[in-house]
Ligand binder design. Structure first.
Ligand code: ADP
Ligand code: ASP
Ligand code: MG
Length: 403
């Protein structure tokens, strides 16, 4: 088999753990498989680098940030390759560039545009284990780019697609996908299977166990994706097509996103085209807008509220400022003390009362709901951040996910 194995930050968190990864990879090779490994930076390393940059500037150019941040993954890729060679397993470390990963130019959250797998395919033919530095690529000008936080998952899936791997294993510090973050609710249960669509919702709604874009791509390329732990041989969770899953629970999981901010625009001049102008400009500035609520118009003006990731808040503020200056918006306010809790399940498509149960769970804990949004397979609520964990546990209990 041709297998892609991705090891996250904690799995390569120190030198002993890198040796543990080398042992695991070499065992897979010894069993007769071809292996391409993708590694993250050592845990905490990317945050440390961000901190170093902030020591000098809170406004560093995103291109410079990419030069800096991409270095963390190179360290682990080379160390792992050195360890494998020392054990007698020929290996070669590659940067994103050498692995042929080409992205757009949206620095610090670039999208992969294509992969030229020639160099990787040749190395595989020569019998080498390839160790790719995750989270990075180059744009068409040759500048280094990074793929957004958690982006090594995306590197792994994209590579698996490009080299037509039989399997893509994501090794992390938990044994699979759980009904909710097991660090918040110890009663959370590991799932044997989950559909691409449910996993995509969970990831997009805050479950950082898999980066959302990686799930999106896995679905598109039909990559067999397994999440499991690097610390034992326990079986993980298979992320697959909905039709491959026999049992369809009403609710599969609860997600929490504490990285959200709410923006309130008051006295927005209510004329056709205003929402389009505001949200087009936000999107042109790469601000990721999520829930949007517009109130009924009053005296020719309206209020619009929406949420963005905290990391996009400054860019969003700059955009809003231009509308405040032009008089299209009378006042704006920002609240970072919010979070989003979500209930996800394909079973919702054919059942009623799922949302009502979520609202009742919040009511029973006296938690006020600020914003609500629903789709076919999810219900999301914005609440005060101080209730985040309580809300997750209460929802987990309400849908009996521990049973
Ligand atoms: P890595 O460094 O290996 O990429 P991450 O820290 O990015 O690992 O993701 C793993 C973490 O995701 C777990 O430690 C867990 O706290 C968190 N997590 C959130 N939601 C879930 C979930 N539904 N199932 C499993 N883990 C989850
Ligand atoms: N090192 C990067 C991060 O911490 C990418 C990754 O680990 O996937 O976000
Ligand atoms: Mg991760």
């Amino acid at each position: 088999m041709l297998i892609v194995q991705k090891f996250g930050g904690t799995s390569v968190g120190d030198l002993d753990r890198i040796q543990n990864v080398a042992n695991r990879v070499s065992a897979t090779r010894k069993a007769g498989n071809d292996v391409v490994v993708v590694v993250s930076a050592m845990s905490g390393e990317t945050n440390k680098l961000v901190g170093y940059a902030e020591h000098f500037s809170k406004n560093a150019s995103r291109a410079e940030m990419d030069m800096l941040l991409s270095s963390g993954e190179r360290v682990t890729a080379s160390l792992l390759s050195i360890a494998l060679n020392e054990m007698g397993f020929p290996a070669i470390a590659m940067t994103g560039r050498k692995a042929g990963i080409v992205t757009d130019s949206v620095h610090t959250k670039a999208r992969i545009e294509g992969i030229n797998p020639e160099v990787m395919n040749n190395a595989i033919k020569e019998g080498k284990i390839i160790v790719v530095a995750g989270f990075q690529g180059v744009n068409e000008k040759g500048d280094v780019t990074t793929l957004g936080r958690g982006g090594s998952d995306l590197s792994a899936v994209a590579i698996a697609g490009a080299i037509e791997a039989d399997l893509c294993e994501i090794y992390t510090d938990v044994s699979g996908i759980f009904t909710t973050d097991p660090r918040i609710e110890p009663k959370a249960k590991k799932l044997d299977y989950i559909s691409y669509d449910e996993m995509l919702e969970l990831s997009s709604l805050g479950a950082k166990v898999l980066q959302n874009r990686s799930v999106e791509l896995a679905k598109k390329l039909n990559v067999n994706l397994v999440t499991r732990t690097s610390f034992s041989d326990e079986e993980g969770t298979l992320i697959t097509k909905e039709e491959n899953i026999m049992e369809k629970p009403l609710v599969s999981g609860i997600a929490l996103d504490k990285n959200q901010a709410r923006i309130s625009l008051m006295g927005v001049y209510d004329r056709p085209g205003i929402a389009s102008e505001i949200f087009t400009k936000l999107s042109d500035n790469d601000v990721n807008v999520d829930m949007i609520i517009q109130n009924k118009s009053h005296d020719g003006t309206t209020n619009i509220d929406f949420t963005v990731p905290v990391g996009d808040l400054n860019d969003a503020k700059s955009v809003v400022d231009t509308f405040v200056s032009s008089g299209d918006i009378k006042a704006d306010s920002y609240n970072e003390n919010i979070c989003k809790v979500s209930v996800v399940g394909v079973g919702m498509k054919s059942h009623t009362g799922v949302a009502a149960k979520a609202f009742s769970a919040m009511a029973s804990e006296n938690i006020n709901i600020n914003m609500i949004s629903t789709s076919e397979i999810k219900v999301s609520m914005v609440i005060d951040i101080k209730y985040a964990e309580l809300a997750v546990r209460s929802l987990h209990n309400a849908y009996e996910l521990d049973k």
